[in-house]
Structure formats: structure tokens, C-alpha cells
Design a binder for this molecule. Sequence first.
Ligand SMILES: Nc1ncnc2c1ncn2[C@@H]1O[C@H](COP(=O)(O)OP(=O)(O)O)[C@@H](O)[C@H]1O
Ligand SMILES: [Mg+2]
Length: 316
Amino acid sequence: MSLSGAILQVRNLSVSFGKIKAVNNVNFDVERGVIHGFIGPNGAGKTTTIRVISTLQVPDEGGVWVNGQNVLTQPDSIRMNLGYMPDHVGVYAGLSVHEYLEFFAMTRRIYGAKKASVIADVVELTDLGDLLDREVESLSKGMRQRMCLAQTLLHEPDLLILDEPASGLDPRARIEFRDLILELRRLGKTVFLSSHILSELSPICDSVSIIEKGRVVAHGSIDEIQTLMSQGKTSFDVTLLKDPGNELEPLLSQLPGFMLVMIQGKKFRFEWTGDVEEVSKVWELLSTNGFVISGISKKEDNLENIFMSLTTGEVQ
Ligand SMILES: Nc1ncnc2c1ncn2[C@@H]1O[C@H](COP(=O)(O)OP(=O)(O)O)[C@@H](O)[C@H]1O
Ligand SMILES: [Mg+2]
């Protein structure tokens, strides 16, 4: 069954552990060929959702379709076309990087010349060429993540499911990992990846789902979420030459559309509802009352702000 052109469809998904509703009626789609961020604080239900998608966890209710196939009835077929990277990478004592890749190729029944050629391809893509003889245990976290990603690519899946792939990486390794994700999109893959740190993902994602306490609180393209959140409001940060004391709020609150959000010394932030052009009334009123403005900045509704306003950071 295919409900739309999406590569991944999550419908009314619920998973409980005893009294904890880890995933509570979650719905979203992921379009083919995008990088989709699955973002939420620790304990929000990301790994549980990912385990259902990856055919490792049976849901209590609802379902997941990958390429139109149901995880419950067609798990083998889904696994052929899905690369899953768990949040914790197991330790493989005594194995070299090359042996590790060989091992995983064989678990996917890839042998002979085909095995050599897919390993060579993933090694090149993930830049593991100089590390093939190194013991897995001696690798840095960043190298290990690349090796793990190489492993998930061996059977040439269209969909990659990466659980917190950037967690614990140093800044350089994180940038290298992001570049690799972008390269995978260029190669036509769909990448679904989770994080509890929004800024890790926001620069590279085409769309996101934000999950908290088992519920998706927002889902869509970055643009759609921004529109949803701003709802006609624009925020401005203003710096005055002198501290206005408590004169500011009574003065500006007479303007319809003005709402003071924060005031701290010479700086204040306000929200303006309605026509952005009309905000000049604020500047006029300030200057006719003798307040000199030394700086104005329009606050962009970036994903970080959206995330902060959508989530409380609480876990259940
Ligand atoms: N196997 C399990 N047994 C009991 N509780 C679990 C299990 N797995 C997850 N949970 C609980 O479900 C909730 C969601 O966990 P998880 O999906 O791991 O969240 P995230 O990956 O977003 O940090 C948490 O409260 C967690 O403690
Ligand atoms: Mg997790």
C-alpha cells in the first residue's frame, strides 16, 4: 500500500513501555531524496520511532510504510532497501576496518567481486582508504561514525536511518559528517537522521519533525514550520542610546500590534503583529519622545528559535 509519493510514511504510531507512552500517535511523511531531521530532547521517543521504522520494534498501534511496504508484513523486503545506523556502535574486538566491512557485506549476502566493488565504493565515499588496516577499537569517534555509515551503505539502500549520528563528534568531525550527508543526498539517497541538538541538523535539513514527549509538535519543510510559527508576528531587537527606565512600555503599548517581550537596560525586544511596513510607527514614536535608537535588528525565526518555542524541554 502506498499512501503518497513519500518514501517513508508514519501513521498513528504508538509504542508504550509499561506506563510510558514512548511514542504517542505519531504521524509524518518523508519525501524521497530529502534530508529529514527528527529532532527532540532526550527521552522524546526518537530512538523508539526509529526502531519501528528499521523493523526492530513492533508498534502497539499504527504503522510505518517504507516505499509503500508495511514494516510488519514486509520487514525483509524493507531491510534490503534501508540502512540503519544505531545510536550506539557496538565494539568489535580485534577486527580491522576492512574485516568489519567484509563481515557486514557477508551478513547481507554480498560475496566475491560484487563484495570487493561495493566495499571499494563505500570506502571512497566515506574516506576510509587510509584506515582499512586499523583496528576498529583504535578509531576516533568521528572515524568510527564514518565506518558505521560505510557499513549501512554496503547494500546500496535508498533510505538511510541514522540515530544521533553527530552526537559526541568534535567540531571538525561534525562538519565532515555533514558534508558526507549532503553527498548522500546528491547521490539520490533519502536521509532520515535524529538529534537532540537542533543546530547540528538545521543547516542541512530540507524538512523536519519535532518530537516531544512522544508527540510530534511540528512537521514540515523548514519554510512551512517558520510560517506556522511566526503567524504574522515579527520580532525586533532594539538598542537605545540611553536606558529608558520604565517609560518605554506605556509609551509603545498604545500602538496596536506592539508587544514588549523583554527589556534589559538599553536593549529591548518586541513582537509586531500585522503589516511589517507599519513598524515605522514604533521608530517615529520613539524619536518624537526623545529616545535615540542606536541599533535595530529583525529577529529571524530560525529553527533554533522555533524549537525553543515549541518544546518545553521536559521529558516524561
Ligand atoms: N526498552 C525500553 N524499556 C522501557 N522504557 C523505554 C525503553 N526504550 C525507551 N524507553 C523509554 O521511552 C521513552 C522514549 O525513549 P527513546 O525513544 O529512547 O527517546 P530518545 O531517543 O528521543 O531519547 C523514554 O522515556 C525512555 O526511557
Ligand atoms: Mg535516542
